[in-house]
Ligand binder design. Structure first.
Ligand SMILES: CCCCCCCCCCCCCCCC(=O)SCCNC(=O)CCNC(=O)[C@H](O)C(C)(C)COP(=O)(O)OP(=O)(O)OC[C@H]1O[C@@H](n2cnc3c(N)ncnc32)[C@H](O)[C@@H]1OP(=O)(O)O
Length: 129
């Protein structure tokens, strides 16, 4: 088996998105549900690249929306495997917000997503061989 720390490094996943009007609410800020969708997608890609197996989301920790993310921002999602179990792994996702026209950048949301590797029968299998 490849070194676990190396796999964590190699599966770290970064996705950039622009916050356009089709993703915002009537306050002109990013929908909470859209934020969760982006985080789920980034963590799913990360867990898949880490395990190279079919994985399903089994749990997420509490996620706080403490800063509004205005229309016209750029967001970056950084997903990295944080913990490895027998059939599961926990992926930490940080979302950063950047202004388009300045170098201002801050972390706005963090979430932890747990994935389980499943086989053809949909039962858990080892996350790594
Ligand atoms: C507007 C346009 C929309 C477009 C749209 C695009 C969507 C763009 C987003 C993309 C994102 C893609 C994401 C795709 C992935 C899904 O969508 S998956 C769908 C949602 N998830 C599911 O349906 C999973 C349903 N759950 C299950 O099938 C079963 O619970 C599971 C996962 C197979 C586990 O079965 P189980 O019998 O509970 O297994 P068990 O042996 O008890 O536990 C297995 C492991 O899970 C852990 N575990 C079990 N329960 C929990 C728990 N509650 N919390 C933490 N760990 C747990 C155990 O600790 C154990 O860990 P290990 O010690 O083995 O490491």
């Amino acid at each position: 088996m490849q070194d676990v720390e190396l796999r964590k490094d190699e599966s770290e996943t970064r996705i950039f998105k622009a916050v356009f009007p089709n993703t915002t609410n009537h306050y002109d800020t990013l929908f909470g549900g859209t934020t969760l969708h982006m985080m789920d997608e980034a963590s799913f890609i990360c867990a898949t690249r880490f395990s190279r197996k079919k994985v399903v989301t089994v749990s997420t920790d509490k996620i706080d929306f403490t800063k509004p993310i205005p229309q016209g921002s750029i967001v970056e999602l950084v997903a990295r495997v944080n913990k490895v179990g027998r059939s599961s792994c926990v992926v930490k996702v940080d979302m950063f917000m950047e202004d388009m026209y300045s170098s201002n950048r801050e972390k706005v949301v963090t979430g932890y997503f747990t994935f389980v590797a499943i086989g053809e029968d949909k039962n858990p299998v080892p996350i790594l061989d």
